[in-house]
Design a protein around this ligand. Structure first.
Ligand code: ZN
Length: 53
């Protein structure tokens, strides 16, 4: 599992669209701050966002 930063506390699990010709959909654990700043892609690249407890 990928994480935005080891020193951040992730708030969301984000699944991104696969690149063309691949079935692999990257999953990232991302904190609120990094997500708001779109460090991890634009909304059109995102398949789903799940909040983490
Ligand atoms: Zn972060």
């Amino acid at each position: 599992m990928n994480i935005c930063s080891e020193v951040h506390t992730p708030n969301y699990k984000i699944i991104y669209k696969s690149v063309k010709g691949s079935d692999y959909q990257p999953e990232w654990l991302v904190c609120e701050n990094c997500h708001e700043k779109r460090y991890f892609g634009n909304l059109e690249d995102i398949v789903s966002i799940e909040p983490i407890e």
